[in-house]
Design a binder for this molecule. Structure first.
Ligand code: 5AD
Ligand code: SF4
Length: 484
């Protein structure tokens, strides 16, 4: 039981790996201005990537980033609406920001991201918690909004766009390791999964000009980065038809996702390429063959199933059924035999029967996930499910089913990791291990974290690591030879 609790803790930690405040120390000399901003990001990788766009826009206005909120003239929180709990966390943070503001009356507090989009001006009027509310497509207007707010007006821009991709904005990297970076390749989502608020908060799907994506990857490689993750809500539906032509249904697709992957892989064989998130209805064999063809495209696919039951998937409006999903897993296993697969799973969706829940557990066995992000259903106002179905599973049932799913994943992760003992993997060294100064950690192609003694290697090196032991969360090993 303790092991299970440890595991849940670890997973919570991993899930909120993105949820930790971004306390990033930028090179202070990059900015020469006495105004400072502080930013915290919550939710998905896309939000973290957006915060880098925001940092870039603010830096052009002469703002410098501070990791210390007490030094900030502008405090920003980039928010997530995906589950109610995410919103509660943000409200709590806003209350503590407001306590600080009482001692620093000139300080501005701004809310960015999905919650800003969902709640629009309600936050200003009803709760008086923030001075600025800026939706995900409106970050270019931040400088004007800040001015408005400085003049004492409350400033809101939550307009969604059909075109905005921030393609021309070079993000200011807020990560600490200088080795791995996100590249946003598209924005929004045109799927209408019935549980999901994202189509309402991030608007219509649009793809970014692939040339700007490749340029960004090249620039990162030249700066010493060795891994990029291409981000989109549904990367498989990336399509580029040419500037101004993307809305034209008749226009020919010039670059699809498989072709984009290839272009980025060709930047340099030493640049690893990852991507997230894949949609089971859209992932093609062409994408799988492209992954198999290039050693530097990682053998890892995040393929959220959400539920293993066809009837539940139909209520979720996922537009695939159990057999379709199994077929995609079979294709992955056939074309990329060593591929890591992970999933998102929702327990206790509206009207979920015990049998449907069992279907999810058996699907997990079928897919043999290496890892899953697991949640219980949280109704979101305005979504299709909120309008059409009753959130009728009690919290007890949701929690029990979630615990069963977590337990199953614990077994699968442990078994998967134990199977790796005795194998040798290429690992990109990312950082010093949290547990020991004498050890490094980095991931293999399959996205598993591996810990090993430092030797004479440095962060950013590729090494071959022989796996000696494993638990449910990590692999441990030793370097057997350097390949580069
Ligand atoms: N309740 C619980 N989980 C949700 N997700 C999305 N919306 C909800 C919701 N209303 C999960 C899905 C998605 C992941 C990012 O969050 O599993 O893939
Ligand atoms: Fe939400 Fe579905 Fe779009 Fe993912 S694909 S962002 S779950 S609507």
């Amino acid at each position: 039981m303790n092991e299970l609790l440890d595991y849940i803790e670890q997973k919570k930690h991993d899930e909120t790996r993105q949820g930790e405040p971004l306390n990033i120390a930028l090179n202070e000399t990059e900015f020469k201005n006495n105004k400072h901003f502080y930013i915290e990001s919550y939710g998905c990788a896309m939000n973290f990537s957006d915060s880098e766009i925001v940092a870039s826009i603010l830096s052009k206005q002469g703002y410098s980033l501070t990791p210390n909120i007490f030094d900030a003239d502008l405090v920003l929180i980039n928010t997530c609406s995906i589950r109610e709990k995410a919103e509660q966390t943000v409200r709590q943070r806003l209350r503590s920001f407001n306590e600080i503001k009482e001692q620093k009356p000139g300080m501005l507090i701004g809310m960015l991201g999905c919650m800003a989009e969902r709640l629009k001006s309600n936050l200003l009027e009803e709760e008086k918690l923030v001075d600025l509310v800026v939706g995900p497509d409106a970050y270019r207007s931040l400088p004007a909004l800040i001015q408005e707010a400085e003049g004492g007006d409350r400033a809101v821009n939550v307009l969604l766009s059909r075109e905005e991709t921030y393609a021309d904005i070079s993000p200011v990297r807020l990560d600490k390791n200088g080795i791995t970076a996100f590249i946003s390749i598209m924005r929004g989502c045109d799927n209408m999964c019935s549980f999901c608020v994202v189509p309402f908060t991030r608007g219509r799907e649009r793809s970014r000009n692939p040339e700007t994506i490749v340029e960004e990857a090249k620039d990162l490689f030249e700066k010493g980065y060795r891994e990029v993750t291409l981000l989109g809500q549904n990367v498989d539906s990336f399509k580029w038809k040419g500037e101004g032509k993307n809305d034209d249904k008749q226009a020919e697709v010039l670059v699809n996702f498989a072709q984009l992957l290839e272009k980025v892989a060709l930047v340099n064989p030493l640049l690893r390429v990852r991507f997230s998130t894949s949609h089971p209805k859209d992932i093609t064999d062409e994408v799988l063959h492209t992954i198999a063809k290039y050693n530097n495209i990682c053998s890892y696919i995040h393929l959220p199933v959400q539920s293993g039951s066809s009837s539940c998937l139909e209520r979720m409006n996922r537009t695939y059924d159990r057999d379709w999903y199994k077929n995609r897993v079979d294709a992955i296993r056939r074309i990329i035999p060593d591929c890591g697969i992970s999933s998102d799973i929702i327990a206790g969706f509206c009207e979920e029967t015990e049998e449907e829940h069992q279907d999810t557990l058996s699907m997990m066995d079928y897919a043999q996930y290496d890892y899953s992000y697991m949640f219980f259903y949280s109704e979101r106002p305005g979504t299709l499910a909120a309008r059409k179905y009753k959130d009728d599973m009690s919290l007890d049932i949701k929690k029990r089913r979630l615990a069963e799913i977590v337990d199953k994943q614990y077994q699968l992760s442990l078994e998967s990791n134990l199977r790796d003992i005795g194998k040798t993997y290429e690992v990109l060294i990312e950082k010093i291990s949290k547990k020991s100064e004498e050890e490094y950690c980095g991931r293999n192609s399959q996205n598993k974290m591996i810990i090993f003694p430092k030797g004479n290697y440095k962060i950013g090196d590729y090494v071959q690591v022989y796996i000696e032991s494993a638990n449910k969360a990590t692999l441990k090993g030793r370097v057997v030879n350097e390949i580069i």
